[in-house]
Design a protein around this ligand. Structure first.
Ligand code: FE
Length: 226
């Protein structure tokens, strides 16, 4: 039975010895009256640093704005959509990820040495950082909590098919699964397969179909009608 990614995440953080509820639901609780312990600590630290004149509040706002609006998986989705509609771009992208994502304005932010891996009907790529949480921020944003969890990091290499199955992606036995372990220097991004029935879609509409999980390789991009 496919498991909701949230269940996998819950299991992952529980196994990591962390209180799952607090972590899994952090983003859902913006309405709660009392901020979380982490939020309070961050606020206290921020206030102290500003009070001591060690950081400029405007600089902090600029970083938050960057993370919220400019760095994120939408960037990677635009790269994928461009590769789907422009064969010459796709060829460049697979040859030199870093230079090709920079063509679309995405550079730095952990994409200094980026390799893009193409999924095909016979090959499925999956990315992980077994050591910590290396991730191409410029194109995928910040890594999800489960990507950083010990269970994902270990199981992705030991039993990638099992991890994919739990996340809802069942691959036929004749599909080769390749697991790519990121390092401090080398980052990866998956170029998912273009789904059937999308021939008439614009590049923008195609980009809207592409998910973060598909670019990590734990999901496929679904046709619009599914
Ligand atoms: Fe890492």
């Amino acid at each position: 039975m496919p498991t909701d990614p949230r269940d996998f995440l819950t299991a992952a953080v529980t196994a990591a010895g962390v209180t799952a509820t607090n972590n899994v639901h952090v983003q859902d609780h913006s309405h709660q009256a009392v901020p979380s312990d982490v939020a309070l600590r961050v606020k206290s630290l921020e206030s102290l640093l500003i009070e001591k004149g060690l950081v400029d509040p405007a600089a902090l706002d600029a970083i938050v704005d960057l993370m919220e609006h400019k760095v994120g998986p939408r960037n990677g989705a635009r790269v994928v959509a461009r590769a789907w509609v422009d064969p010459a771009y796709k060829e460049r992208l697979l040859k030199s990820g870093t230079a090709s994502v920079a063509e679309l304005g995405y550079s730095g932010w952990q994409a200094e040495d980026l390799q893009v891996l193409e999924n095909t009907p016979k090959v499925h790529n999956l990315i992980v950082c077994t050591l910590c949480s290396c991730y191409p921020w410029a194109v995928l944003g910040l890594p999800p909590v489960w990507y950083k969890s010990a269970p994902y990091r270990s199981r992705a290499v030991i039993d990638p098919r099992g991890v994919l199955r739990e996340l809802g992606t069942e691959l036929p036995e004749d599909v080769e699964v390749r697991v790519w372990d990121s390092t401090a220097e080398q980052r990866y991004m998956v170029l998912p397969e273009r789904p059937a029935g999308t021939e008439a879609l614009s590049e923008e509409a195609l980009a809207a179909l592409v998910t973060r999980d598909a670019m990590i390789g734990v999901a496929k991009v679904m046709s619009p009608q599914t």
